[in-house]
Design a protein around this ligand. Sequence first.
Ligand code: MN
Length: 234
Amino acid sequence: MTDTRYVIPPPPQAAIAIADSDRLFPVRRIWCVGRNYVEHIREMGQDERAPPFFFAKPADAIVGDGGTVPYPPLTKDMHHEVELVVALKSGGRNIPVARANDCIWGYAVGIDLTRRDLQIASRELKRPWEIGKAFDHSAPCGPLRPASEIGHPTRGRITLKVNGAIRQDGDLSQMIWNVPETIAKLSEMVALAPGDVIMTGTPSGVAATVAGDRIECEIEGVGRLAVTIGPPLP
Ligand code: MN
């Protein structure tokens, strides 16, 4: 029953599907790591010695496997960034690296969709990145597989194809900061909590995607994701 103190109906709970199941992972918020693969830092012309940093997307930016992403407004340069997605079952502050894996429920493959032209314009004006990164439908995510089943992947091919052609092709072992280090560092900045999701950065090969594209992603040992880019909303 709905709590009658709410002055409008509470928004629906954002969620990620669980592989081979009708169960769901409820999403609290989405944190993303910037610059976590050297080849991607090089292609973006950034300093590869600088530490990675974090930005966020709203929980309801999740789009499930088989979904359609309407081509977003205001951009002429939406890019795909395929990433390992980590879903947390517990959290806390100042989590030690050695205990960080204990916080993980499971893993999926996702895409950090980016309005690159708007992100770069914000960066140059020293303004926040939300308009480039945190737009509607900007976080497609495949079904989660539990760590209890697949363990904690530290290597494995990560690929993204557009209309059957390989665009991104890396390996999880190329991450500058691995997953436990990422969780530990983020937990120094904010208290992590169950339902938090982390997108862990993209390998090189980011490029523009347009309406009509079919995007297929895979991480060896983790799973797959396919989405279609649709026409802009009216
Ligand atoms: Mn990214």
